[in-house]
Design a protein. Structure first.
Length: 199
């Protein structure tokens, strides 16, 4: 079909925006691209030294642009996930600090009957890790469910790997250890006599 007929009857426009070119020998891609650029500059009456008023791209450049876009999206999603981890970790730390304050007398009783600071530290670290791990498991279940829904209703191909699930779970446990250490250390450093007097 002549391009003028396609513009009038099919596209419905008055300008030609895209031309797709296919060459037989992939080795001649660069030479063919340079010949197309030279021909278009000649037809557009572009003088030497002037910028092109068109763009010529090959499949490799398009693939590189798509890869760069996906890399940027991955970095953005990673940044959002990092912020979410920090916010969740601060929430865990606040909950544990409140727990230490509310259970000060219990900590004093435990120390009075022979518990060491390391025992108290371990107890609160285990509680923090349990809290964050349960949150991680809930997040993993929600992520798997969301990917299944996308696959079923939006026809988007999704891949769930065991390694990513394991990494997500380990990260959630690490967040619990990191942000739960300060409250646990504070509980372990309590004076038993002062803790027993706490009301």
């Amino acid at each position: 079909m002549p391009y003028t007929s396609a513009m009038k009857r099919v596209i419905g426009g008055t300008t030609l925006r895209n031309i797709n070119v296919q060459i037989g020998d992939p080795q001649q891609l660069e030479a063919a691209q340079q010949q197309i650029i030279s021909l278009l500059r000649q037809r557009h009456n572009i003088r030497p030294g002037r910028d092109d008023d068109f763009t010529v791209r090959n499949q490799q450049e398009i693939a590189q642009a798509a890869t760069a876009t996906s890399r940027v999206m991955t970095l953005l999603l990673g940044a959002i996930a990092g912020v979410s981890l920090v916010v969740g970790g601060i929430g865990i730390m606040n909950i544990m600090l409140v727990s230490v304050t509310e259970r000060t007398r219990e900590i004093g009783v435990r120390m009075a009957v022979g518990a060491h600071g390391s025992d108290i530290l371990t107890q609160f670290l285990i509680e923090a890790v349990t809290l964050s791990s349960v949150g991680g498991l809930i997040g993993i279940v929600c992520g798997i469910g969301a990917s299944k829904i996308l696959s079923a209703y939006a026809n988007w191909p999704t891949l769930i790997s065991i390694s990513s699930i394991a990494i997500a779970f380990l990260f959630s446990a690490a967040v619990g250890i990191f942000f739960g250490f300060y409250p646990a250390r504070k509980a372990a450093a309590l004076d038993p006599i002062e803790a027993l007097r706490y009301e």
